[in-house]
Structure formats: structure tokens, C-alpha cells
Design a protein around this ligand. Structure first.
Ligand code: UGA
Length: 459
């Protein structure tokens, strides 16, 4: 419970930033019965939110916004002062995009705190929700009195997955709260008291390290299984069975052992790079992180090489259909998506690319102007020399593959996510290649002992 005499129990919470973390957190807090005021300054987002429209695609978010904005529990403004007036707790959930050197750009966090300095009194608590490198919150707490907030500062990193972010809010694996002001931490912990979950209270830097360590470790798992997948392609074995076998050991666990095109999105690539950059800044070479990133990049290149080899060594003039643009199913986010890299490489090699995604087409289009974005999967594959599966949307499994067999020019499917039914495709006359298993004999004859990594082929 919040200590008597504080304003934490007035039910009002301010959230600075209506991005994916800020807006989902705000909507969930409103769902829990709090009054929440969200600050958004980007005119397009603000306009949509003022019309109660979610500016991002996130499962269940639109319905929840309709409810909590409809009854006035969640309001939006572009005025920080108006939002934080009377709010017992203010979350800072602005972006921390990558800098060219891989480090996190903290300008938006600093700007937000600069504004809060003017408006937030000592009775409130300010919570850093943005992903900031370990040590950041403590440095802000230790800032000179001139730069310091009047309110105590704590960090409460998020562990939300895009596509299931609301569900993750409702059923978090854990809540982590870091800072040296114990009463302030307790007031934040009180927001989660009704959840059946562990609340870990610690110092700010440990809390931030938990956030980066979690993302980095999951990225390592993915790159590790992708390295094993490569070995399976060279030596034999089936990576999906291998992953099941490894994952059956509870010390390892099956999650994040799906071999494929590797990790993308706005978090893993950025956070791995930022942790590596930060380690380097402090004189430590974090080799595992460098390796995970390199393996992840190679995974995309190898996929293109696999397609190239399957088509006899050249992609020049070939018609390639790409199914899936989002960095993972359930989202329209294409940031650092494998699809973008893969399509750019295909185009560089002279291929003509069509692409389809259930929802991410409009977001991907400006990033890959050389590709034709289709609004229908069957249009996308018409006349294709190869169909590539890049994002494991369940609807791709449910496509009428016998119809596709009649539409393509050549019956070749290269599955970058091991989603499709091999037997079905083989019965329909497709050559089916996937990740982490040796290609069938006919296809193997054309392979070199060591495949070159993406050098442009002459047509
Ligand atoms: C990730 C973390 O899972 C969240 O806990 C964290 O809060 C979030 O980053 C963040 O820092 O904001 P997210 O980026 O939404 O969430 O996506 P994930 O579901 O973790 O997947 C990341 C990438 O790994 C995707 O490209 C996915 O295709 C890939 N992946 C995942 C694999 O290649 N193999 C797997 O077995 C699992």
C-alpha cells in the first residue's frame, strides 16, 4: 500500500509517450481502474488518439482504448504540465532509438525529464519505463541538484512482446522495480499488487541489467540454435527435433529455440548492440553479443544464397514471391525485419520481387520501393520461380497450396521459418527447402561444400 499522506492513491497516473510501450501500459492501467493521462506530441498519433483510434496494431488494444477512452479513464494531451498535475506517478515511456555506433539515443528521455523538472513536485514518483542502458537511472538520480528532479526516480523496465503486449501486461512473468528510494519503489509496486507475479525490487542498475540481460540472452539462444541449424544442414539431423530435445531439459527450455531467419524487431537488435556498445565503452569486449549479431546477419544472407543455389546459381531476372514482411507474426512492425534485408539482397542480385503480408505491407513499402507489394497472397505467387516464407503467419500454413501449385512458374518453396507441411508440398510436386535440415538429394548435388555468403551472381 502507498504510505499515508502521499498522492499515489488519487488514482491518477501520467504516461509520457504513446508509443507501443507507453500506450499499452496506459491502457492496461486504465483497465485496472486508474485514471490515466497520456502525453503524445506527434501530431498524427495525437490526432488518432483524440478520435479514440489506436495508432499501432496490437492485439486487443483498439477494443480496450474504445472502452477506457469512452468512459474517460484514459485521456490524451500534448501538454506535459496538464498531464502530470496531480498525478502521483508519472511514467516516462519515450523512445530510445539506436545511434549510429549502436548506443541508445537518450535525448527523448532527457527532454521528458527536463519538462518534468518544471512540473513534478516531491510528492510524486517518476518511473523510467523506456529501455535505457544499465547505469542510466542511477546517473540521473545522482545528477547535480540543478539537474535533478524534485520527485524520486525509479526504473520499471518492460518485458512486453509485440503482438501479445496487453496479455503480457495482464500476466507478466515478473515485475522489476529499481531505485534507491524504498517508499517510491513501494508506491510503484502497489500498481501491480493485484497480479499473481513476482515483484523484484532492487537497485536501478540491476533492474536495467535484468532488462538488457533478458533480451540479450534470448537473442543468444536464437543465434545458438541457428548455428546448430547450420551444422544440421551440413552434417545431417533435423533442427526442429534437436530443438525439442534440447528444450526438454528444463535448464535450457524450448522457448526461443526456433531456428529460422533470426531475430528482428525494434528490441533485440537494438538492445544487443547497445549492451555491446556499453560494455565496450567500459573496456569490456562482450564477444557473445558480437557473435550473436554476426550469426543473425549471416542467417539472412545464407537464406538468400539457399534460394540462389536452388535456382541454379543465379537470381538475375528471377521472379521471387516473398510471404511475410512483419518481423514476426501478429504485428505490422517491420523495424529490423529479416524480410527487408532479404528483399534488398534479392533485388541486388537482379531478382524481381513481389511480397505479401496480412498487415505489414503499407509499413514495408517505403523501405523496399523496388519490390511490388501485393494485397493478396495468390497474386503475389503468380508466375513465381520461388516462393519464400519469411514470417510465420499462421494463415500461410492455411493457404490453398494446390492452387498455388497451379499459379507458380516453378514449384519451389524456401521456408525461412519451418512453418509449412513438407509432405503436403512434396505431394503437390514442390521442392521444399527449410532451415536446419539437409536438402533432399537432388538439390544437394548442386550445393558447394561451403556456400559463399552473398556475392552478386552474374545472370
Ligand atoms: C522482445 C522480448 O521478447 C520482450 O520481452 C521485450 O519486452 C521486448 O523485446 C522489448 O524489449 O521491448 P519482441 O521484440 O516483441 O519482444 O519479439 P519476440 O517475440 O521476443 O521476438 C523477437 C525476434 O526473435 C523476432 O524476430 C522473432 O521472429 C525471433 N525469434 C523468436 C526467433 O527467431 N526464434 C525464436 O525461437 C523466437
Amino acid at each position: 500500500m502507498a504510505p499515508a499522506g502521499t498522492v499515489a492513491d488519487d488514482g491518477t497516473i501520467a504516461v509520457i509517450g504513446a508509443g507501443y510501450v507507453g500506450l499499452v501500459t496506459a491502457a492496461w492501467l486504465a483497465e485496472c481502474g486508474r485514471h490515466v493521462r497520456v502525453v503524445e506530441t506527434a501530431p498524427e498519433r495525437l490526432g488518432m488518439l483524440r478520435s479514440h483510434v489506436a495508432p499501432i496494431h496490437e492485439s486487443g488494444l483498439q477494443d480496450l482504448l474504445t472502452t477506457v477512452m469512452g468512459d474517460g479513464r484514459l485521456t490524451v494531451t500534448d501538454d506535459v504540465g496538464e498531464a502530470v498535475r496531480g498525478a502521483g506517478i508519472t511514467f516516462v515511456a519515450v523512445g530510445t532509438p539506436p545511434l549510429p555506433d549502436g548506443g541508445a539515443d537518450l535525448r527523448q528521455v532527457r527532454d521528458a525529464l527536463g519538462q518534468l523538472r518544471r512540473h513534478v513536485g516531491p510528492d510524486a514518483v517518476v518511473v523510467i519505463k523506456s529501455t535505457v542502458p544499465p547505469g542510466t537511472t542511477q546517473a540521473l538520480i545522482d545528477a547535480s541538484p540543478r539537474d535533478r528532479l524534485k520527485a524520486p526516480l525509479v526504473t520499471c523496465p518492460e518485458f512486453l512482446r509485440e503482438g501479445s503486449a496487453l496479455n503480457d501486461c495482464r500476466n507478466p512473468s515478473r515485475v522489476v522495480i529499481g531505485g534507491d528510494d524504498v517508499p517510491a519503489r513501494a508506491r510503484v509496486a502497489d500498481l501491480f499488487h493485484h497480479l499473481d507475479t513476482a515483484v523484484i525490487q532492487t537497485d536501478a542498475t540491476s533492474a536495467e541489467m535484468i532488462k538488457y540481460g533478458s533480451n540479450a540472452f534470448l537473442a543468444l539462444k536464437i543465434s545458438f540454435i541457428n548455428e546448430l541449424a547450420r551444422l544440421c544442414e551440413l552434417i545431417g539431423g533435423d533442427i526442429d527435433v534437436v530443438a525439442d530435445g534440447l528444450g526438454a531439459d528444463p535448464r535450457i527450455g524450448r522457448a526461443f529455440l526456433n531456428a529460422g531467419l533470426g531475430f528482428g524487431g525494434s528490441c533485440f537488435p537494438k538492445d544487443v548492440a547497445a549492451l555491446d556498445e556499453m560494455a565496450g565503452f567500459h573496456g569490456h569486449s562482450f564477444w557473445l553479443l558480437k557473435a550473436a549479431t554476426e550469426v543473425n546477419l549471416q542467417q539472412r544472407r545464407r537464406f538468400v544464397v539457399k534460394v540462389q543455389e536452388a535456382l541454379g546459381g543465379s537470381l538475375n531476372g528471377k521472379r521471387i514471391a516473398v510471404l511475410g514482411l512483419a518481423f514476426k507474426p501478429g504485428t505490422d512492425d517491420v523495424r529490423q525485419a529479416p524480410s527487408i534485408d532479404v528483399i534488398r539482397q534479392l533485388v541486388d542480385f537482379g531478382a524481381r520481387v513481389t511480397a505479401y503480408d496480412p498487415i505489414a505491407g503499407p509499413k514495408a513499402e517505403p523501405l523496399i520501393p523496388q519490390a511490388t507489394i501485393c494485397t493478396d497472397a495468390y497474386d503475389c505467387v503468380r508466375g513465381a520461380d520461388a516462393v519464400l516464407l519469411v514470417t510465420e503467419w499462421p494463415e500461410f500454413e492455411a493457404l490453398d497450396w494446390s492452387r498455388i501449385a497451379g499459379l507458380v512458374r516453378r514449384r519451389l518453396v524456401v521456408d525461412g521459418r519451418n512453418l509449412l507441411d513438407e509432405r503436403l508440398l512434396n505431394d503437390l510436386g514442390f521442392t521444399y527447402l527449410r532451415v536446419g535440415r539437409r536438402p533432399a538429394k537432388g538439390a544437394r548435388k548442386r550445393r558447394r561444400a561451403t556456400a559463399p555468403l552473398a556475392s552478386p551472381a552474374v545472370g
